[in-house]
Unconditional design. Structure first.
Length: 280
């Protein structure tokens, strides 16, 4: 892959677009072996190699099933009485983690989100907080009002939003805008005390039906007794992974604990028996 195609691929992923990289692996015309094209689910494509438009269209049609399933595979096609093989490599768009409120909890959350592989956006309306120096690992650091940002940001089932703002009024403004959008994120987590959360719901409950709050998780995070900003970040990211992966969040040992104990006892017995035999 040359530099310009790599830049196109990177740009598409940063815009959170699923992308396929097509590489011709078998073709009677040797100069076409290794030719590449980028393909997007809407049928748009990009190539710098001498692949004819008709062949590109045939490859796009052949990739329809892969696009629906979001997976890589080798495809074969007959084109103008010629057998062609092509490998379609799937590059999923990274999950977009939007952290609204660049306070002390935001810093470890942004670091962990980036470590996990999310595309991390840090948002705050204060220039001294929305600073690249404070968030060197974030993909985006934006100084803008919460209302303006949430009016236009792209939302999808790959969007995860954290409201870690400094006050109740900013939560209400952000939530009202998000709940009014036709597109819905996969997750909205809101930090705060019970009193603060109650105040938010009190202001919004008359304007929105109950099912509008299905993606809202508040208080945010799993109950692991987190106290410090870093511990709270672990709790929050664990809940996001729980939602993303559709898992229970329970300890992995719960279902097998009694069997594990039996196994450990058996292991002890067998070990003791072996010791006696050795001594004998």
């Amino acid at each position: 892959m040359n530099e310009s195609m790599y830049e196109k691929l990177t740009e598409a992923l940063n815009e959170r677009k699923n992308t396929f990289l097509l590489t011709i692996t078998s073709h009677p015309e040797k100069h076409l072996i290794g030719a590449k094209a980028l393909l997007w689910p809407d049928g748009d494509f990009y190539t710098e190699d001498p692949i004819s438009l008709d062949l590109i269209k045939s490859l796009v049609e052949k990739c329809e099933k892969l696009i629906k399933k979001n997976r890589s595979s080798t495809i074969h096609l007959q084109w103008n009485e010629v057998s062609i093989e092509c490998f379609a490599e799937y590059f999923p768009a990274p999950i977009h983690l939007i952290i609204a409120g660049a306070g002390h909890v935001c810093e470890p959350v942004a670091e962990m989100g980036r470590m996990i592989g999310f595309f991390v956006t840090v948002l705050d309306d204060r220039a001294e907080f929305a600073s690249r120096d404070r968030f060197p690992l974030a993909d985006q650091v934006i100084c803008r009002s919460y209302l303006e940002y949430f009016q236009t940001v792209k939302l999808s089932d790959k969007t995860y939003i954290l409201l870690l703002t400094r006050g109740h009024k900013f939560d209400v403004l952000s939530l009202r805008e998000l709940l009014n959008r036709n597109e819905k994120p996969a997750y909205i987590g809101m930090i705060g005390s019970r009193r603060r959360i109650s105040g938010v719901f009190e202001e919004l409950k008359h304007d929105f039906p109950d099912d509008c709050f299905d993606q809202l998780y508040t208080p945010v995070g799993l109950d692991i007794g987190a106290q410090t900003p870093s511990e709270i970040a672990v709790s929050i990211m664990a809940e996001i992974l729980k939602v993303k992966n559709q898992k229970s969040g329970h300890s992995l040992s719960e279902k097998v604990r009694k069997y594990a104990k039996l196994g450990f006892r058996e292991g002890v017995k067998n070990g003791a028996a072996a010791t006696h035999k050795t001594r004998d």
